[in-house]
Design a protein around this ligand. Structure first.
Ligand SMILES: C[S@@+](CC[C@H](N)C(=O)[O-])C[C@H]1O[C@@H](n2cnc3c(N)ncnc32)[C@H](O)[C@@H]1O
Length: 376
């Protein structure tokens, strides 16, 4: 591990940084649009909206409990198990397990199977298969951490900010679980959609994962492209320590290098062919400075690929299910002094800094890719 950072240069959530941050403003201009006309809506319909929220909260708790306790995993391996079977296998109280099973059935996670239950279709993929691009189980661990809503509520009056080095190991692990399907979709499928990139990646490329976090991306890149050299950069030393451990465990230390550095300051000894950023570009205090550092790190013709949440830029989008999920993520982002950005903000960024061959595509309703090349 190489440390190019001193704590004083790590992005910190100061009043000054808030004042200069392009992203954490009181109102995101893209979503502060015209007044919504008050439609004639009957009260029962509005009651349905409110009660659906409460039911969703219940379903979230039931799902998280099922994941954490192993109940969902047990039902995946023994379909048709009764609450008694589950209680015996997991040393739990049969009555409590029966309450959970009924709640999980109500939430659509389970189907009845004789006297017992089995997982509803695709729930094993969506909730338990970490390798699937459709894996959503990681989100439950994240939303239940205090960093998401609890600290925000506690600091509603003060607006107190923090940074990654003041979050818990459970939070870092939970975020890695959420980032995993983004990497699964991006590497190799998403990257193969960027014209000309696949050929370079499979021919001994130097690839950088900026804001690599706990190292899932560097591992995936290094194992997918077996001739590539991979460099992971992150501003949080704890995440880099985790990444370092994961790289050593995977036996990839000869092809993977890790740096602790704010992206606003990172520099490479040798130019890279590709620089990637997964679900982190919106977090940078100064995305223009980061774009300049990326440009300087790339060889002429090299690619910059930004894989991120596309925050809705319409009121309709804000009320969609993906929009509501992303609005939830904004509670954490606000506390680290940023906000998710609309995807077109990255077109503007890459254009401002002279990148060429710009393109973009959506991989899932909460995942978009924007790319450009350093002029040859
Ligand atoms: C949401 S996590 C994503 C990590 C990883 N890319 C993934 O998808 O699992 C964001 C990461 O960005 C890092 N980060 C945020 N702003 C940064 C900055 N300005 N410089 C360096 N790292 C930064 C954080 O330390 C954290 O590890």
């Amino acid at each position: 591990m190489t440390t190019t950072e001193s704590r004083t240069t790590t992005p910190t959530a100061t009043t000054e940084s808030r004042a200069t941050s392009p992203t954490a403003t009181a109102e995101t201009p893209a979503t502060a649009t015209t007044e919504t006309p008050a439609p004639e809506v009957p009260l029962p319909q509005q009651a349905g909206t409110v009660l659906t929220h409460i039911a969703g909260y219940m379903a979230t708790r039931v799902t998280q409990m099922g994941l954490q306790s192993g109940l969902l995993r047990a039902l995946a391996t023994t379909p048709g198990a009764t609450p008694g079977d589950l209680a015996d296998a997991l040393e739990m109280d049969e009555f409590f397990v029966s309450v959970w099973c009924r709640g999980a059935f109500g939430a659509g996670l389970l189907e009845r199977a004789g006297a017992g239950y089995r997982l509803a279709p695709h729930m094993d993929t969506l909730l338990l298969d970490e390798t699937s691009p459709a894996f959503a189980g990681g989100m439950f661990g994240v939303v239940s951490q205090p960093e998401m809503f609890g600290r925000f509520a506690d600091n509603l009056h003060t607006g107190e900010r923090f940074w990654w080095d003041d979050t818990s190991p459970d939070w870092i692990a939970g975020v890695a679980g959420t980032g995993r399907p983004f990497y699964t979709r991006l590497v190799p499928g998403g990257l193969a959609r960027v014209p000309g990139l696949e050929e370079v990646l499979t021919s001994g490329a130097r690839v950088v994962d900026t804001a690599c976090g706990a190292g899932l991306g560097v591992l995936r890149l290094a194992t997918t492209y077996s001739s590539a050299t991979v460099i992971g950069v992150d501003g949080d030393p704890h995440s880099i320590t985790r990444a370092q451990y994961a790289v050593e465990q995977a036996g990839l230390s000869d092809r993977v290098e890790l740096l602790v550095s704010p992206l606003e300051e990172f520099a490479l000894a040798e130019p890279a062919d590709v620089v990637i950023n997964n679900i982190s570009m919106h977090e940078c205090r100064d995305i223009d400075q980061v774009a300049e550092r990326v440009l300087a790190a790339l060889r002429p013709g090299g690619w910059f690929v930004i894989s991120d949440f596309p925050f809705p830029d319409t009121d309709e989008g804000l009320r969609s299910v993906p929009g509501r999920l992303m609005s939830g993520i904004q509670f954490f982002e606000a506390q680290i002094d940023d906000q998710l950005l609309p995807r077109r903000a990255y077109d503007d960024l890459l254009t401002r800094h002279g990148f060429t061959d710009l393109g973009s595509f959506e991989i899932s309703p909460v995942h978009a890719v924007t790319y450009g090349r350093r002029p040859a």
